[in-house]
Design a protein around this ligand. Structure first.
Ligand SMILES: Nc1ncnc2c1ncn2[C@@H]1O[C@H](COP(=O)(O)OP(=O)(O)OP(=O)(O)O)[C@@H](O)[C@H]1O
Ligand SMILES: [Mg+2]
Length: 253
């Protein structure tokens, strides 16, 4: 039987003593591209941090390739692109190539002097993300989209097969956004990666994700993207009653 890449069962997570997400059940299989959407403060980043093992489960279980988060057995198998990726500090002097190379370093090989194929992994990640012409440029002179690609390239250089992204589309223009979505789609279809991506951008998610999850404290929808509820039904799921007849819920939320 195929082991799912991610298996979350009855998960709840508290922060500063307050339950932020509860009763989360989520299974993701290899090659899926799952989009998580939900309003601000609904617990999307909290869920990802729990999957990474940074936050502990209050109840329930998380298994990644059949192992708990942070377990040695899954070291290097999960890639992470954080919400703050586009806001990398501008005062750090580091080139695109150097930053991507950081992705090849882990606690097991930190003191290895030998290259062990790391340069090739860096080359490949840079090529996949289309950063060849800026690889020796300082990250401070990149555009938001290029910076986001650099952080994705770093995750690719780890050779992780399961990639978590938190709001990778924030702060980048439409063209960069579209090419980033194409890149993620390609990673999924051609490189066999499994992707879990959080975004506010409903339109972008609809266009790319195979499956959508609507999270607001708990999972209120999980299904194929084509079945994702329209805004009216979404408001229903959220228990929101219209304040004005002509009220439109913001697409982005
Ligand atoms: N360290 C913390 N201590 C207590 N509460 C926190 C902490 N960090 C976040 N929260 C609360 O947890 C809730 C969920 O936060 P989270 O960052 O997971 O939301 P999100 O869905 O990612 O939101 P956004 O769309 O703004 O990124 C929020 O109400 C937030 O105020
Ligand atoms: Mg967040």
């Amino acid at each position: 039987m195929e082991i799912p890449i991610l298996d979350v069962c009855d998960l709840s997570v508290a922060r500063s003593g307050k339950i932020i997400i509860k009763d989360i059940c989520l299974t993701i299989n290899e090659g899926e591209f799952v989009g998580i959407v939900g309003p601000n403060g609904s617990g999307k980043s909290t869920l990802l941090l729990a999957l990474l093992g940074v936050l502990k489960a209050r109840t329930g279980t998380i298994e990644i390739y059949g192992n708990p988060p942070m377990s040695r057995k899954i070291q290097g198998m999960v890639g992470w692109v954080s919400q703050a990726a586009a806001n990398l500090p501008k005062d750090i002097r580091i080139t695109v190539r150097e930053l991507v190379r950081l992705g090849t370093i882990n606690s097991g090989n930190m003191f290895d002097l030998a290259d062990n194929g790391r340069s090739e992994r860096v080359d490949r990640a840079i090529k996949m993300t289309g950063l060849e012409n800026v690889e020796n440029i300082d990250i401070s002179s990149l555009s938001g989209g290029q910076r986001q690609r650099t952080v994705i390239a770093r995750a690719l250089a780890t050779e992780a097969d399961f990639i978590l992204l938190d709001e990778p589309l924030v702060g980048i223009d439409r063209d960069s956004r579209n090419s980033l979505l194409k890149l993620l789609d390609r990673l999924c279809h051609e490189e066999g990666k499994t992707i879990l991506m959080v975004s506010h951008d409903l339109a972008a998610m609809r266009q790319t994700a195979h499956r959508m999850v609507f999270l607001e404290e708990t999972i209120r929808f999980d299904g194929p993207t084509r079945n994702f509820p329209d805004l009216e039904r979404l408001a229903d799921l959220r228990g929101i009653e219209p304040v004005h007849d002509d009220v439109h819920m913001h697409e982005a939320n």
